[in-house]
Design a protein around this ligand. Structure first.
Ligand code: NDP
Length: 268
């Protein structure tokens, strides 16, 4: 019998120690990545996917602590709620206003999305100083913008609702534009949820570089398809997920993450 892919938080397995919380959560590849790591380290810890509806994060964290869980990752749409329900690290995490990793039972929390993206870009030879166009101004765009600016990337923001791009750019201290034209950029990063709804983005492709979508999975991706058609390299969000997960694993468990097996679990 195959184990169920996810549980409601009220029905969280009492033999698991780590989890990803989201709603929906069944699409998350975090369990396969973290379970591969625990297996490789020959540890009995188990990592599960738990559905937590909005408004129930604080109750879920309390219940999971009582059940002996030691840490969780948090995904869409709960990152801002988790920020408010926990004790976020000071500095950049406070500026981002969203967390994706929480230690239990103490409730200290951090955000590893930005550093995950940074490491994925470095691995693709995109180094600080590179000119990057970031699409979106939601939670993951905030994490990306603060982190990439901190590490010295030359960042420009675009968002469907232009005022949000302007406000975030002013907050971070980077450029913003109403025209997503890619000529002259080394990378274009899609942190919008447009891929989720299958909507195309009004990007005018020119020049050459790396297009990265934060979303991962086997579904069609109009953003990456249009990048490929324009001669750009295209990657989805699984490398960002990998490095976000590696950073989370270290932060939540204190153990050296087995990067090779975690990469195999999400990147194949
Ligand atoms: P949010 O809901 O916080 O932000 C949504 C953003 O998408 C806003 O900028 C919104 O623009 C924009 N948007 C939504 N629909 C459209 C559309 N049809 N056309 C153009 N823009 C649109 O989402 P998150 O930032 O949390 O997540 C964004 C994506 O990143 C998700 O798909 C998520 O799965 C992925 N992600 C992947 C990670 C990884 O490790 N690979 C980590 C974190 C996120 P507006 O302001 O105009 O509404």
């Amino acid at each position: 019998m195959t184990a169920r892919a996810w549980h409601d938080w009220t029905d969280a397995p009492s033999d698991a120690r780590y989890a990803v919380l989201g709603d929906p959560v069944e699409h998350s590849w975090s369990p396969r990545m973290h379970n591969a790591a625990f297996e490789a380290l020959e540890l009995p810890d188990r990592y599960v996917a738990l559905r937590v509806p909005s408004g129930q994060v604080a109750d879920a964290l309390k219940e999971l602590s009582q059940k002996g869980y030691r840490g969780v990752n948090v995904t869409v749409p709960l990152k801002q709620e988790a920020f408010l329900a926990t004790h976020p690290e000071k500095g950049m995490v406070t500026q981002i206003g969203a967390v994706n990793a929480v230690r239990l039972p103490g409730l200290s929390s951090t955000n590893t999305d930005g550093i995950g993206l940074f490491r994925a870009l470095i691995e693709r030879h995109l180094l600080p100083g590179a000119k990057v166009l970031l699409l979106g101004a939601g939670g993951s765009a905030r994490a990306a913008a603060f982190t990439l600016a901190r590490y010295g990337f030359d960042l420009t923001l675009w968002n469907r609702t232009a005022a949000k791009a302007r406000d975030l750019a002013e907050e971070v201290g980077v450029h913003w534009t109403t025209q997503p034209e890619t000529e002259g950029y080394a990378a274009v990063l899609n942190a919008t949820a447009a891929t989720l709804s299958g909507d195309p983005l009004p990007v005018k492709w020119g020049g050459r570089g790396l297009a990265m979508d934060f979303m991962y999975g086997d579904h069609s991706n109009p953003f990456l398809d249009s990048a490929l058609a324009a001669g750009w390299s295209a990657v989805d969000g699984r490398e960002m997920l990998l490095w976000q997960g590696v950073t989370s694993f270290l932060w939540l468990t204190g153990l050296e993450p087995p990067v090779g097996v975690m990469r195999e679990a999400v990147c194949g």
